[in-house]
Design a protein around this ligand. Structure first.
Ligand code: SAM
Length: 244
């Protein structure tokens, strides 16, 4: 069926490519890739032969218009280098344009580092905020962290090895004493998750920068002791009684 297919791909282990993702890529008339060399390896592995076009959200409007005009008659698949498109990866502007044009848009879900990290971080998952990459300049980073400090949810950040230590130091400074996890190389040979407070983790990663791709998960702020309605009712009853 013609339309735009948003296809998640593995984040390190080819075994995580879903059957539906493979079928969709094999049947596609065109595949939009972030980096054609990276995607070529995946396509070779599954025997997909559709032509590839490089696509980024900063690709020019003309290319986007051309792609959108194809969607009425062709099956076009969007993939990124790894994981789920649009999640700290290109695709938002394209999906927006396709939606505006009334095109058929289909998601083919699969691996996503943020979600995978949450499953092993041993931190609350009932409410979380995906914060993507922190700004690399220290001032902008501190204010981005400041904006998140009052959010009552776990926080999920993407990071790269060389920047891990400074990110942890900035998080410890801006968020205070919180439990956190550094989850590295998910689904790869050296997958690991290290847990501790932000200060402990900053200390632990102060020497050599760890290799590979990283997700930082930070637990929510400590609950403030709140007064419930029942507590208030009881206090009122007691006060009234003492007056009679
Ligand atoms: N769209 C991707 C997804 O669904 O997870 C994320 C793309 S983003 C450009 C790349 C970042 O994702 C990395 O810097 C890292 O923070 C995280 N990441 C991707 N693969 C990972 C893995 N195998 N282990 C840990 N983090 C990973």
């Amino acid at each position: 069926t013609p339309g735009l297919y948003i296809v998640a791909t593995p984040i390190g282990n080819l075994g995580d490519l879903t059957q539906r993702a493979a079928t969709t890529l094999c049947r596609a008339d065109r595949i939009l890739a972030e980096d054609k060399r990276v995607t070529a390896k995946l396509l070779k592995h599954i025997g997909a032969t559709a032509p590839m076009t490089a696509y980024h959200d900063h690709s020019d409007e003309q290319l986007r218009d051309k792609i959108v005009s194809e969607l009425a008659t062709k099956a076009v698949a969007l993939v990124s280098d790894a994981g789920t498109p649009l999640i700290s990866d290109p695709g938002y502007k394209l999906v927006r344009a396709a939606r505006d044009a009334g095109a058929n848009i289909v998601t083919v879900p699969g691996p996503c580092a943020a979600i995978a990290a949450l499953t092993v971080a041993a931190l609350p998952t009932d409410r979380f905020l995906f914060a993507g990459f922190l700004p690399s300049k220290s001032g902008a980073r501190a204010s981005a962290i400041g904006e998140l400090a009052s959010v009552r949810a776990s926080l999920v950040f993407y990071e790269a090895g060389p920047r891990l230590h400074e990110a942890l130091v900035a998080l410890a400074a801006g968020l205070g004493e919180r439990d956190a996890a550094v989850v590295r190389e998910i689904t790869k040979l050296h997958e690991d998750a290290v847990t501790g407070t932000l200060a402990e983790l900053a200390e632990k990663y102060s020497a050599a920068a760890p290799r590979g791709e990283i997700v930082i998960v930070v637990g929510p702020p400590a609950e403030r002791a709140e007064t419930s309605d029942d507590d208030l009712d009881q206090a009122l009853d007691e006060a009234l009684e003492s007056m009679s």
